[in-house]
Design a protein around this ligand. Structure first.
Ligand code: HEM
Length: 151
């Protein structure tokens, strides 16, 4: 009798634990589904840094700020390039690796331009730096057209 009660008790404990676990997993999923992807967060940081840079590059006095923001961009792009765009999930399985690879290569291209930008600012060539920044900002349209659902 005692044994039977004990096994009923363990069954109840197991059921309760299972229920709690499932509930928590569902709650976590709901939060994740509502949050930005890591890539989207990196993109927002890029947007902020580019906005500051557009102004700071106009004046030599603000070169420390420019260099700081260029570093932020380089680090953000490095973090972003190893992510996979959400749109990869809707690609046919056989095309997915090539899709993710071409995203990564596009981001590598951006990193390269950001290194050139850093060099121009260190050499005090702010006019050329401003021209290069325009090209970097133009990558946004093409990138979103190719790698996001709503282009
Ligand atoms: C150059 C300047 C760029 C800026 C300022 C920028 C900014 C943004 C912003 C604000 C978002 C929306 C984030 C959100 O949903 O809250 C976004 C999303 C996205 N961007 Fe960019 N972007 C840039 C370049 C690029 C490039 C070059 C690529 C591709 C190589 C790219 C790929 C993406 C992707 C794939 C998403 C969707 C996020 C996801 O799939 O998880 N972006 N970007």
């Amino acid at each position: 009798m005692m044994k039977k009660n004990l096994s009923l008790l363990s069954a109840a404990v197991l059921l309760l634990a299972g229920g709690l676990y499932a509930g928590r997993a569902a709650a976590e999923y709901a939060v994740t589904a509502d949050e930005d992807t890591k890539l989207a967060e990196s993109m927002e940081h890029m947007e902020d840094a580019l906005r500051v840079l557009r102004k700071s590059l106009r004046s030599e006095d603000q070169t420390p700020t420019s260099l700081e923001q260029i570093l932020v961009l380089q680090q953000t792009v490095s973090a972003a390039k190893v992510e996979s765009p959400l749109m990869a999930e809707s690609q046919p399985a056989e095309k997915r690796p090539a899709f993710v690879l071409s995203f990564r290569k596009e981001m590598i291209g951006m990193s390269r331009m950001l290194l050139d930008l850093e060099e121009l600012v260190l050499d005090e060539k702010l006019e050329e730096a401003g021209e290069l920044l325009k090209k970097i900002r133009k990558l946004e349209d093409g990138g979103h057209e190719r790698f996001t659902e709503d282009g």
